[in-house]
Design a protein around this ligand. Structure first.
Ligand SMILES: CC(C)=CCC/C(C)=C/CC/C(C)=C/CC/C(C)=C/[C@@H]1[C@@H](COP(=O)(O)OP(=O)(O)O)[C@]1(C)CC/C=C(\C)CC/C=C(\C)CCC=C(C)C
Ligand SMILES: [Mn+2]
Length: 374
């Protein structure tokens, strides 16, 4: 069963152990939050984790990356495709791009290709043409995805990803799930419980962790199980998305969206109206403290997995973890006013985080792995 039972700041019954750190947080619980007589989002997501882990375990057993016949005979075109992905990555995610430069050329360009596909998928619902996006357009995007996985790319960016998935044991499921997340975003603007929100976070961000592991690779000296590394990767995606949500409460509210669990809002004596009013009250501060605590738990869970990654992949992952986590500190520093003040990490703090991440990334997997053995 999954190592990361970081579901909720509220302990609940069911098949999952609740770690003491979570149950000891002093939050009170309502009966509806405890009972979970359904197949939870975590259980559904964990099935995907197991499948991905099996693929990467096979890669570790055989000792090498997949050496399938090259899908593309035209090397120049392929190099250009990857270079274009690198350019997009450098433009949209400078720090992350910098971090990838330490990776082997094959891994580096493959991570760029995955990044570009994710960015384009996100732009469908978040970009300038978002108002024209319909479920049919997402179905077409999924058809393109199937085609590129079968070696029939539609454009240069797709060609790069098509080559990447022919070389590394990358499964199509997390990609499909990210598109599912975009579908969900089109039809849903409220989340009744953290269980519902967790599934959304998995779709749009947890999937990124699952896509990246086969390319970033697990350190050959690692004693950790593939499942535990996948769980950490999943946790980083969830932590990032929760942080993104907490940072953007005001911005999302202005678009009529509330990505906060309705039952937890009600439990804190808050409602959508309080969010639309955008007044920082003690109730809001207290609610936010719990939400931030939960996001940090996911970051902590993710952090345990970083040292198990291939050495060159640790730096970009840790740097992005440290930087994104600091957004939570910035929300606190803004006295929880995420209605009208945007929490951001200043250049100085970013510059400090990079060498810190670099130094910590030099440390290999722990001898007694904290996250599970093979
Ligand atoms: C090193 C590293 C971070 C690698 C990931 C590279 C990659 C493929 C990134 C794709 C990111 C992307 C474009 C996702 C689309 C959906 C989306 C935008 C999600 C949000 C990201 C933050 O972006 P931003 O603040 O720009 O959001 P706006 O669109 O502007 O609102 C997310 C919040 C989530 C992205 C998720 C990750 C970066 C998870 C990465 C996890 C790993 C690489 C696994 C690491 C492994 C272990 C063992 C910890
Ligand atoms: Mn976005």
């Amino acid at each position: 069963m999954s190592a990361a039972h970081l579901w909720t700041v509220f302990p609940r019954a069911g098949p999952f152990r609740v770690p003491p750190t979570i149950s000891a947080n002093g939050c009170s619980v309502s009966a509806s939050m405890v009972a979970a007589p359904y197949r939870s989002s975590e259980e559904m997501v964990y099935e995907v984790v197991l499948k991905q882990a099996a693929l990467v375990r096979e890669q570790r057993r055989t000792g090498n990356d997949r050496a399938l016949a090259d899908v593309f005979k035209d090397r120049n075109m392929l190099n250009e495709a990857y270079d274009r992905c690198g350019e997009v990555c450098a433009e949209y995610a400078k720090t992350f791009y910098l971090g990838t430069l330490l990776m082997t050329p094959e891994r580096k360009r493959s991570v760029w290709a995955i990044y570009v596909w994710c960015r384009r998928t996100d732009e469908l619902v978040d970009g300038p043409n978002a108002s024209h996006i319909t479920p049919v357009a997402l179905d077409r995007w999924e058809k393109r995805l199937n085609d590129l996985f079968e070696g029939r790319p539609y454009d240069l960016y797709d060609a790069a990803l098509s080559d990447c998935v022919s070389k590394f044991p990358v499964d199509i499921q997390p990609f499909k799930d990210m598109i599912e997340g975009m579908r969900l975003d089109l039809r849903k603007s409220r989340y009744n419980s953290f269980d519902e929100l967790y599934l959304y976070c998995y779709y749009v961000a947890g999937t990124v962790g699952l896509m990246s592991i086969p390319v970033m690779g697990i350190c050959p000296e690692s004693n950790a199980t593939a499942e535990s590394v996948y769980n950490a990767a999943l946790a980083l995606g969830i932590a990032n998305q929760l942080t993104n949500i907490l940072r953007d409460v005001g911005e999302d509210a202005r678009r009529g969206r509330v990505y906060l669990p309705q039952d937890e809002l009600a439990h804190a004596g808050l409602s959508d109206d309080d969010i639309f009013r955008g007044k920082v009250t003690d109730k809001w501060r207290s609610f936010m403290k719990d939400q931030i605590k939960r996001a940090r738990m996911f970051f902590d869970e993710a952090e345990k997995g970083v040292s198990e990654l291939n050495s060159a992949s640790r730096w970009p992952v840790l740097a992005s973890l440290l930087l994104y986590r600091q957004i939570l500190d910035a929300i606190e520093a803004n006295d929880y006013n995420n209605f009208t003040r945007r929490a951001y990490v200043g250049k100085g703090k970013k510059l400090v985080a990079l060498p810190v991440a670099y130094a910590r990334a030099l440390m290999g997997p722990s001898k007694s792995s904290r996250i599970g053995r093979t």
